[in-house]
Design a protein around this ligand. Structure first.
Ligand SMILES: [Zn+2]
Length: 262
């Protein structure tokens, strides 16, 4: 009886052992898991290297100071939105559409963190003037605000009021001299001008009139780096133009250019 029991035990053990060792299913599972692990690691590595390449690419395409400032500003706003101690300061702020001919929006938003409470659509021109005025109002000390448009040829008094409130800021405007067509020309309103005196009785000031006052400059399309960028408003810190710099020589240049072109 005892011998039988021992034999049975040995036999059972052998079968179990053989089962574990020989079972193709068990072996397969292990192999599969290994394969899976390896491929997962490989995928991760590929993703990592892709990420690195993307980061390298980002670093290669160096941000302009304006783009960097914009990026910093957005990050600061995001951080502020998450700050539980932040108290919103809501006010109406106009924003242009990406396409300047499309309706813009008037946003009831926090001027500090950018949170929008609600908004309503406004005509494209009001968005253009409104956003320009806001950019002037909030520009850093002594900044040059650059406006490039392929559609509009005037500002409303809101923009001139903003300039009057910020005598340290100058305004560069690049536009087409026949509304949405013609030559690309520009002028710069130096810092500290009596801009309110330029507004007409209807509350507008035309770009050609401003060009006549401050010097209209013909822009050479191929040499104008702005021409590769879409229309928009940008702010350059510490580049405000003094009245003496925006000389009347500019006006003379335009006359000469126009004569050459004819
Ligand atoms: Zn806020």
């Amino acid at each position: 009886m005892k011998a039988k029991k021992v034999l049975l035990t040995i036999f059972t053990t052998c079968i179990l052992a053989a089962g574990v060792v020989l079972s193709p299913f068990a072996a397969g599972t292990i192999a599969f898991a290994e394969t899976k692990d390896t491929s997962a690691q490989a995928t991760e590595q590929t993703q990592d290297s892709e990420k690195e390449t993307e980061q390298e690419k980002e670093q290669e395409v160096a941000l302009t100071p304006e783009q960097q400032a914009e990026k910093d500003r957005k990050e600061a706003q995001e951080a502020l939105q998450k700050d539980p101690n932040h108290v919103h300061k809501f006010r109406w702020i106009a924003k242009m559409n990406q396409s300047e001919s499309a309706e813009g929006t008037m946003n009831y938003m926090c001027s500090e963190c950018g949170k929008i409470w609600y908004y309503k659509p406004i005509p494209a021109y009001l968005a253009f003037s409104g956003e320009t005025a806001y950019k002037i109002e909030t520009a850093p000390q002594g900044a040059l605000v650059k406006v490039k448009t392929s559609l509009f040829i005037s500002f409303n008094n809101e923009v001139m009021e903003a300039l009057a409130q910020r005598p340290d800021v100058s305004l560069y405007v690049s536009f087409l001299d026949q509304e949405y067509k013609g030559n690309r020309v520009s002028f710069t309103i130096p810092a500290g001008q009596d801009t309110m005196s330029l507004v007409d009785s209807n509350g507008y000031v035309g770009f050609l009139f401003l060009g006549g006052t401050y010097g209209l400059k013909m822009e050479v399309p191929m040499e104008d780096p702005l021409d590769h960028e879409p229309s928009g408003i940008e702010v350059t810190e510490g580049e405000a133009v003094e009245a003496s710099e925006a000389s009347t020589e500019n006006a003379a240049e335009v006359v000469a250019d126009k004569t050459n072109n004819q």
